[in-house]
Design a protein around this ligand. Structure first.
Ligand code: NAD
Ligand code: UGA
Length: 471
């Protein structure tokens, strides 16, 4: 029986390993983590992450061939294949701070693997890492020479949150990079055999290590660049009377461009787009390619511009001040169907409005009050560093200005304006006549996700702003 151990029971490690266990009943999969509360949650009825379809998959395999444990060393020692899916955040201090990837967690995992191993292992980079990381990891793994062979593979993950299970069941491709030596090729074959249980052969791409590592950063950079491109167009649409949905549809029908991932928004969020582009920028700079670095930097700048533009629109529309005005924030997660708030544009928008002394009433169907208050009191980049993940006490002014409620109508009651920041389906279906009656007048709606029918709302009496649409 092949034994797999995955270090890191997060958004990637948990769902990915659950699907491997589900599709490969003869393989034993153990997911390990140093965070005991996370492992306890994986072993309970309330999984630590919200992901459609995940509960079913976990329930079917947990206790049979899928296990969650804090006994990291034991399970690593017993495994044939060790996936490393730990967080690789942006460095906050020292060389490359604010750009380079912080590989502290990866390095400590690698050192532990080297220390506890008593048999040959395939070590798989599942985390997103800078290109050439495998070389450093190889050196760390072999520091404790005991005649054990480690073969390192790069197998980056392409799932998106909210659709993780569907993405894992039916991936566009699985990418495996390895050394071009006979041992490297043998390791690639062993990992390919795992995925071959459900992924067609032509969708398993095998490359060298550096291509696989760079492809992951490149894929995220291209995806984020598409959003910044359409968001840049949205500003021009507002200035000219064009409608960004019509422009997206028109360009998306060109088969070379394609229709997906062209929705204008208040800005992209999520744990990876910004971090991975910053990482790419840093690698370009280190390789003496400032023009390439600047090109990709612009994707982030446009994203920041889009969030600032949204805040400015809210404040300027509401007679140049939101001081003391109640604003309902509908949606805090970085996209629908997830409770994840990492780098959500809602943080920047809320902070911008709080800076202008607004009173915020926030509602998201999947995000807790504790999480929201923590996010609003945390410094940039600190969220992904476990030492900082302890709840820091929110500042008094934030506390006074922010309330978190468990119902959209409650958030909206007596508000001067509504900001829709996540595209949850329920925001499309609200009774906007009732909403209007319960708000201060004039009643404003700022739709950061283009989910409402602006014309219908205008008929009710709202003043509506939609991203990239005529006012
Ligand atoms: P996460 O923060 O949800 O999970 C990482 C886990 O690793 C945490 O639970 C942490 O406690 C654990 N960990 C850290 N150091 C450890 C150690 N030494 N030993 C044991 N456990 C340790 O992160 P994530 O969202 O799952 O992302 C993991 C990696 O995958 C990142 O590199 C990310 O860029 C990449 N990625 C993420 C996504 C996504 O949708 N979130 C998609 C593709 C790739
Ligand atoms: C993204 C990629 O899509 C995954 O392939 C990748 O594996 C993952 O990053 C990662 O490496 O972490 P994710 O961040 O989970 O996945 O979600 P996306 O669907 O890509 O959305 C990212 C952000 O872009 C969200 O805030 C979303 O609302 C926004 N977005 C997306 C838009 O504003 N417009 C769009 O058309 C699409």
């Amino acid at each position: 029986m092949v034994k797999i151990c995955c270090i890191g029971a997060g958004y990637v490690g948990g769902p990915t390993m659950a699907v491997i266990a589900f599709k490969c009943p003869e393989i034993e999969v153990v997911v390990v983590d140093i965070a005991a509360p996370r492992i306890n949650a994986w072993n309970s009825d309330h999984l630590p992450i919200y992901e459609p379809g995940l509960d079913d998959v976990v329930k079917q395999c947990r206790g049979k061939n899928l296990f969650f444990s804090t006994d990291v060393e034991k399970h690593v020692a017993e495994a044939d294949i060790v996936f490393v899916s730990v967080n690789t955040p942006t460095k906050t201090q020292g060389l490359g701070a604010g750009k380079a990837a912080d590989l502290t967690y990866w390095e400590s995992a690698a050192r532990m693997i080297a220390d506890v191993s008593k048999s040959d292992k395939i070590v798989v980079e599942k985390s997103t890492v800078p290109v050439k990381t495998a070389e450093a990891i190889e050196r760390i793994l072999t520091h404790n020479r005991k005649g054990i062979n480690f073969n390192i593979l790069s197998n980056p993950e392409f799932l998106a949150e909210g659709t993780a299970i569907a993405d894992l069941f039916n991936p566009d491709r699985v990418l495996i990079g390895g050394r071009e030596t006979p041992e490297g090729q043998k390791a690639i074959k062993a990992l390919k055999d795992v995925y071959a249980h459900w992924v067609p052969d032509d969708r398993i791409l095998c490359t060298n290590l550096w291509s696989a590592e760079l492809s992951k950063l490149a894929a995220n950079a291209f995806l984020a660049q598409r959003i910044s491109s359409v968001n840049a167009m949205s500003a021009l649409c507002e200035a000219t009377g064009a409608d960004v949905s019509q422009v997206s549809h028109s360009i998306g029908t060109d088969s070379r461009i394609g229709p997906k991932f062209l929705n204008a928004s208040v800005g992209f969020g999520g744990s990876c787009f910004q971090k991975d582009i910053l990482n790419l920028v840093y690698i370009c700079e280190c390789n003496g390619l400032p023009e390439v670095a600047n090109y990709w930097k612009q994707v982030i700048k446009v994203n920041d511009y889009q969030k600032t533009r949204f805040v400015n629109r809210v404040v300027s529309s509401m007679f140049n001040t939101v001081s003391g005005k109640k604003i309902a924030i509908l949606g805090f997660a970085f996209k629908k169907d997830t409770g994840d708030t990492r780098e959500t544009p809602a943080i920047d928008v809320c902070k911008g409005l709080l800076g202008d002394k607004a009173k915020l009433s926030i509602y998201d169907p999947q995000v807790t009050a504790e999480q929201i208050l923590r996010d609003l009191s945390m410094k940039k980049f600190d969220w992904d560093h476990p030492a900082h993940l302890q709840p820091s006490s929110p500042t008094t002014s934030t506390n006074k200005q922010v309330s978190v409620v468990w119902d959209a109508y409650e958030a909206i009651k007596d508000a001067h304006g509504i900001c829709i920041l996540t595209e949850w389906d329920e925001f499309k279906k609200l009774d906007y006549q009732k909403v209007y009656e319960n708000m201060q007048k004039p009643a404003f709606v700022f739709d950061g996700r283009n989910v409402v029918d602006a014309n219908k709302l205008r008929e009710i009496g709202f003043i509506v702003y939609s991203i990239g649409k005529p006012l």
